[in-house]
Ligand binder design. Sequence first.
Ligand SMILES: Cc1ncc(COP(=O)(O)O)c(C=O)c1O
Length: 405
Amino acid sequence: MRFDEFFVRDGRFAADGVSLDELAGKCPTPFYIYSASGIRAKYRLLKECFPAFDICYSLKANPSPAVCNILAASGAGAEVSSPKELATALAAGFAPGNVVYVAPAKTAVDIEQVLRAGIHAIVADAASDLRLIETAARGLRMRPRVLLRINTRETQPEAKEVMVGGPSKFGFDEERVADDVAGVRLEQARIAGVQVYSASQVLNRVWLAAHIEYVFRLARRLSRELEFRLETVDFGGGFGVPQRERDHELDLAGLAGTIAGPLAEFRSDEPDCRLVFESGRYLVAESGVFVTRVIRVKESRGRVFAICDGGINAFSRPVFMRVKHPVRLLNRLAEPATTHVDVCGPICTPLDCIAKDAHLPLPRAGDLVGLLNAGAYGCTMSLLDFMSRGRPTEFMAESGELRRA
Ligand SMILES: Cc1ncc(COP(=O)(O)O)c(C=O)c1O
């Protein structure tokens, strides 16, 4: 976990040179704080390990403009899943030619809007998508690149969200794609490659290497069988981050070493094919902390509750996805953990517990509780209007300066 690297200076909480006192003075709780240098560092790490791949930032992880600006300026492309995400990406500075559109439910209106922007490629999940894309392309007199999303027959990884290897709402089933595509006449739109998004939060390097090799083989086979020129292969994302205190880092350098052979072999046959990784969580999760303030502390029948001003309304992920985020008392980082605490929010349901059994110093009213790894699927995935508590604000810290994210 990179909390100590990105958010701790001299034993105290600080976000990119902004002290906790300054944050507490300027940011009403609950809020999200992001570290610009953390996001840049993660992009650099991924790109340095995989120079042959374009890294497309998945905006669904965190579409806040400040986060998008940083990744666009770092050289990333974007993976977007709705017309609104596309607009956010373009406004943030991602070049249309570096954007891929991946969405399981596309309307004719969505498709027309997306094609008009001149993006690199749109991903089709079904024959009906191909027909809609073809109709839009004829109307616009464009020749869009289409990638076929494939629900492969790969062995599934150990992960909470797996999208290949079984029945799936995503993509063409691998064994049926040839028949499905044969039934569609394409004159304007052109099939230009494949896309396979397999799973999220994968830390298993061996599985990821096998996935990448699988997609290399699949792309070449489908290009032969369906007779299209392979212009782009999109391997999806799924690179995980240490989530529990005991989790290990994903060994990216090891992964790069393992796929070097298959990559070289692929490159010798397809020197110009564009290779894409989509990544959300890996790039931004560890650069965000959700901060909520303790309003009161209660002991009830042997359990300690810290009742805070922001809970599942502002940070739904721990309950919605059943994920245990690491927790700290940000204003008392150096103090030893002595107590098991349920960190709860202001919402009228017992479900509103964002950290169960967190091991912390005994909290006091006024303490600032930080839930770590909140930069991805945090604010954007939350029940923001529930109980009309107001939305948490997002801030970006960069070189000692603070701005709205
Ligand atoms: C198609 C697609 N691409 C990319 C991502 C980003 O995944 P991650 O945040 O695990 O990198 C997702 C997440 O659901 C996705 O559905």
